[in-house]
Design a protein around this ligand. Structure first.
Ligand code: PLP
Length: 219
């Protein structure tokens, strides 16, 4: 499956985040040995344990809701956090990253789905963060793009239009805030069920779990 996905992404702008949450380190190592380097997790304790056990050139991405009191555990090594939904969270990441002289890449998570359950910002809230002087002085976080999750549905038109809306949000933010910032370039969208659509709509990071690792079993 890894080879097939890599071939599909090869002609596109998108990289693969292998979402390894709930799966053991041995399975991560299997993909690592096939060349995969970016892995995504959604629990602080789990990613800390895996980071300690696994090769140090893995690029770890945090993809789920992140509580501020957990930031300190992942700040020493986390590469990108996909789930920024407040200035308070950004400030905590900045504070913890500074202790390790690091800059953590951050994606603003937008609410693009019709479902209420999926959290994230809207444009007004995102602009409020970006306009805030307290954000503008942060030196140990760098906003490198946006992230969103489509509605869980088999209505392809709906999923496509949600991805299109995230691409538009990206374009507007780029134009208004990040014109000079070459590293504002990521659109994190697409999962096992919808990544092909996401890539067609401009995704640069697809987050794929079950297609690579099989179904997850929660204990
Ligand atoms: C679990 C998860 C994924 C991967 O989901 P699959 O359907 O298994 O590919 C992607 N993004 C987020 C935010 C997740 O929590």
């Amino acid at each position: 499956m890894l080879e097939k996905i890599k071939q599909q992404l090869a002609d596109s702008n998108a990289r693969l985040v292998a979402v390894s949450k709930t799966h053991p380190s041995s399975k991560i190592l299997d993909l690592y040995e096939k060349g995969q380097r970016i892995f995504g997790e959604n629990k602080a304790q789990e990613v800390v344990e895996k980071q300690e056990a696994l090769p140090k050139d893995i690029e770890w991405h945090f993809i789920g809701h992140l509580q501020r009191n957990k930031v300190k555990y992942i700040a020493p090594f986390i590469h990108t956090i996909h789930s920024i939904d407040s200035l308070r969270l950004l400030k905590e990441i900045n504070k913890q990253a500074a202790k390790h002289q690091r800059v953590v890449h951050c994606l603003l998570q937008f609410h693009i789905a019709q479902e209420d359950s999926k959290f994230g910002l809207d444009m007004v809230e995102a602009k409020a963060i970006l306009d805030d002087p307290e954000y503008q002085i942060l030196e140990n976080v760098k906003i490198t793009g946006v992230m969103g999750m489509a509605t869980y549905t088999d209505k392809l038109d709906q999923v496509r239009s949600e991805f299109t809306s995230l691409k538009l949000i990206f374009d507007q933010l780029k134009e208004s805030y990040f014109q000079e910032a070459d590293d504002f370039k990521e659109i994190s969208m697409g999962m096992s069920g919808d990544y092909e659509l996401a890539v067609a709509e401009g995704s640069t990071l697809v987050r794929i779990g079950s297609l690579l690792f099989g179904a997850r079993h929660y204990g």
